[in-house]
Structure formats: structure tokens, C-alpha cells
Write a protein that binds this ligand. Structure first.
Ligand code: SF4
Length: 300
């Protein structure tokens, strides 16, 4: 009998989609995806996730619940660390337990811890996944290597050109690239002649350099990426403003936004906070006002 693996969209699938898709394709494992966020997925997530969780967590719960009865194994990565000496939001470390308890599925969940900063740990992690799916080790190693190669080759981020204004679009990848969660924010900005640049388009070293002035090294990877990129682009005159899409109740965002705001003085800065109750009309009005402000600054 063929094993089927369910892959929920949301969260860091937006960053590692190429890797995940290639890995399971190369293992020749049958997969079923839940990728596009819809109202139904959001409602399912809201109903099975704890109230206090942020919107992206609720959306991920919705995707997982959507796949619950369609697969033999559910892939819920437990990401512990993305880069050396940096940490990720603790919700990622407890994600499998949160989801298992929320959707009431406790068996056949692939949830081994992933530490991406250690290549040896990383490959072992995927060998374990291969074993649990009855795949031979040599085949898993080959699938892993092909997936890494494709991931590295993939063009990452957005760097618009040809727009009247350019802004840095800050936030977590799952808020920036999930057009249901952000209510088509990027299209809305484009419609006002505003192009966006995301953190992936700023060199890693430049982002690191920008965070060196703090008394203590910031240890959140999302903070480094967003603060470093926004500050670098502002300091080098490459943007006219900053738009930051943030989740209500996100501790990392609350710090990142304030520190970035304080360090790019007198710069147009729009913060859009989203949760399941956010109304689209309010966002439209704020984008319109922000576009007016950019235009006034351009003219004067
Ligand atoms: S970093 Fe913020 S938005 Fe992301 S999962 Fe953690 S609390 Fe939610």
C-alpha cells in the first residue's frame, strides 16, 4: 500500500516550499498538500487552535486539520533554529504538540526537531524521516542533496522595479506571501504605484552589519532579517518608506517594529496588524493615506 504524506501550507512552508516539494518528490512518496489559505481554512484553524495564538498559527492549524483524514503521515516540522547563534519564535518549537492537540491527531506525525545551522543534524533529521517512510538511506540522502540544490537555486524575495515609489515590505514570510492573510497587500500597494522590496533581496552581510550597533547581539532571526534589511535600504536611499505587516500578539514583531521605527527617523512607516477580525476597508484606507504621504514627500 502506498504511503501518503500530508503537507500543510502556511508558516515557513513559504520559505522552504522548494526544498520540501523536491525532497518528497525525490523520495517518490505520494503527497497531498493544503496550500492556499481560504476563509474555510482560516475558520477551521480558528476553531481548533488556542485563542491566544497569532493568525499564522491559526492558519497553519486550519491547513493541518484540512489534511487530517487525507494522509497516513502529517508533516509538521519542529524548527528549532534557522541560523547559527540565532533563535526562532518558540511557537515553532512546540508546533507539533500544539497542532496535534488542536486537531486531535496524535499518531503518524513527522515532527523531529530541525536545527538548520548544523548540516550534520539537518541531514540526519531527513534520514529519520526517510526511515519512518521506509525509504532506503542512500535514496533519502540523494533526495536531500537535490532539494538543497533546488532551494539554493530558487530566486527568493520580491524586488519590484519601475514603480513611482519603493518601500521595504517587512514582516514574516507567512504574512508577506499569504495573500489571503494579508488581504492582497502587495497588489494593493502596486495599484498605488508602490513597488516593494523584501528582506531576501538584501545581502546577508549587509543585514548583519546593520545589527552590529546594539549593546547585545539580537538573537531572533526574524528580527535580524527585518531590522537589518529595512535599515540598510533606508540608509542607502533605496526606498521611500516602510510597510510592515505584523500579526497581533507577536512578541518579536512588537520589538522589531519599534526598534526599526526609532532608527529610521522621519521616514514614512506604515504598520499593518492582522488577525482574524481585521477588516479590509480599514487596511485600504490606511494604504491610501500612506500613498498620499509618499506622493506629498516626493513633490516637496
Ligand atoms: S514570530 Fe510572531 S507571527 Fe510568527 S509564529 Fe511567532 S508569534 Fe506568530
Amino acid at each position: 500500500m502506498e504511503i501518503k504524506v500530508g503537507i500543510p501550507g502556511g508558516l515557513l512552508y513559504y520559505r522552504y516550499d522548494t526544498f520540501i516539494n523536491t525532497f518528497f518528490d525525490e523520495l517518490e512518496i505520494d503527497t497531498v498538500y493544503s496550500l492556499e489559505t481560504t476563509k474555510k481554512i482560516l475558520d477551521m484553524g480558528v476553531n481548533c487552535c488556542v485563542n491566544e495564538a497569532c493568525l499564522p498559527m491559526k492558519i497553519f492549524h486550519g491547513h493541518a486539520l484540512n489534511l487530517k483524514n487525507q494522509c497516513d503521515f502529517l508533516f509538521i516540522p519542529r524548527i528549532m533554529r534557522c541560523e547559527k547563534n540565532e533563535f526562532i519564535c518558540p511557537k515553532f518549537c512546540g508546533l507539533p504538540e500544539m497542532v496535534m492537540s488542536g486537531i486531535k491527531r496524535y499518531d503518524n506525525v513527522i515532527s523531529y526537531p530541525i536545527k538548520m545551522n548544523r548540516p550534520y543534524d539537518l541531514i540526519n533529521h531527513f534520514i529519520k524521516i526517510g526511515k519512518s517512510l521506509n525509504v532506503k538511506e542512500y535514496k533519502t540522502i540523494s533526495a536531500f542533496q537535490k532539494a538543497v540544490k533546488k532551494h539554493n537555486e530558487k530566486k527568493k524575495g520580491i524586488h519590484d522595479i519601475g514603480y513611482k515609489h519603493n518601500v521595504f515590505l517587512g514582516g514574516h514570510p507567512y504574512n508577506i506571501y499569504d495573500s489571503y492573510a494579508n488581504m492582497n497587500l502587495i497588489d494593493k500597494l502596486h495599484s498605488y504605484g508602490i513597488g516593494v522590496i523584501t528582506e531576501e533581496c538584501v545581502d546577508y552581510k549587509d543585514k548583519e552589519e546593520e545589527t552590529k550597533g546594539f549593546i547585545k547581539k539580537p538573537y531572533w532571526v526574524f528580527f535580524k532579517n527585518n531590522y537589518g534589511a529595512g535599515k540598510y535600504l533606508a540608509d542607502h536611499g533605496q526606498i521611500d518608506g516602510i510597510v510592515y505587516i505584523s500579526s497581533f500578539s507577536c512578541g518579536i514583531d512588537s520589538i522589531s517594529v519599534e526598534i526599526l521605527k526609532n532608527n529610521v527617523d522621519h521616514f514614512p512607516f506604515l504598520v499593518i496588524k492582522v488577525d482574524e477580525h481585521t477588516g479590509e476597508a480599514g487596511i485600504d484606507t490606511r494604504i491610501e493615506a500612506f500613498a498620499d504621504m509618499l506622493e506629498r514627500r516626493r513633490l516637496h
